[in-house]
Design a binder for this molecule. Sequence first.
Ligand code: ATP
Ligand code: NI
Length: 349
Amino acid sequence: MSTEPKRAEPDEAAVTPSLELRDLHVSFATDEGRLTAVEGVDLTVSAGQTLGLVGESGCGKSVTARAVMRLLDERNTDYSGQVLFHGTDLLGLPPKQMRRYRGAAISMIFQDPMTSLDPVFTIGNQLGESLKLHRGLSSREARTAAGDLLTRTGIPDASRRLDDYPHQLSGGMRQRVMIAMALAAHPEVLIADEPTTALDVTTQAQILDLLAELQQDLGMALIFISHDLSVVREICDRVAIMYLGQVIEEGPTGQIMEAPRHPYTRGLMASVPAMDRDRHEHRLAVIPGRVPGLAAKPDGCYFRPRCPIATQVCLTRPGVRAVSSDARVRCWHADHPAESTTTAGEGTR
Ligand SMILES: Nc1ncnc2c1ncn2[C@@H]1O[C@H](COP(=O)(O)OP(=O)(O)OP(=O)(O)O)[C@@H](O)[C@H]1O
Ligand code: NI
């Protein structure tokens, strides 16, 4: 708020973005024709900042992340728009040059650690290779650094763990190792795609705390992908809510949580029991209906068939509107912020 005293550290506006997505579109050639999974996404994240990417299953969160990393199979994928890393458009890079960024300047961690850990090599071996490659360390230096990294991620008795294979570790420990792997190159941008979904509640909380702490210490820009608004509330500075490939609302976390404008965001909010991290099934049932397939996008506003306040105007596709200096929404009926629990009762215009 403008009435708050100025703090000593630079404010967000003064920081240049680490990563900027501009009008990103991602489509796939499929048997059903060309399907657009990401449609006009604009997002920015700066050093030291955490951006949450939220939405139900199939809304395009992972495709957005994988597009940034150029991890999608490019034989049947089309991109348009830009993914700017300090001004360089990653989408325009030849694959060879992209490899210099992927896993180095920009790193990603996944829900399932086994997708990034190789079962046939020890933890120390894998971490060490990454450290040698990205930081030019000798084998001996790499082993020491690997132990330090594991310690940093809260693995007890880290130097002994170096000789373990991934299957010898618990799920939570594997997730920590994966975080260590992702951090080995000192990335400027870290993308975490539902990194705690597969874990029990206690371990989830520990991993989230760890991520938040490392992000602060290392000053990374963090993109945190989740179904779960209650988790996002704890660690994200800003949130972008996605629906069917579009960002439908975006802004500072507090503002979005306290005064969501889009009916979809309100629905998500209403389905979050306070501070409860382990009841996905119950929550997702609260918004009636389900996310349509990409081959069956509705006319007009994509959320219209499920929306409690849709009117005639919603048959026309809404554009993005600024609702404050740093928040945007894609809805015809977003003029008045509402209590998060209120999803109905707004009249027509
Ligand atoms: N290679 C592909 N070819 C065709 N469609 C795809 C491909 N990859 C993803 N999709 C589709 O893109 C849409 C967005 O998928 P995405 O994985 O990004 O969703 P998400 O928001 O990450 O969901 P979840 O929360 O389940 O992880 C889905 O409809 C998915 O089926
Ligand atoms: Ni996903």
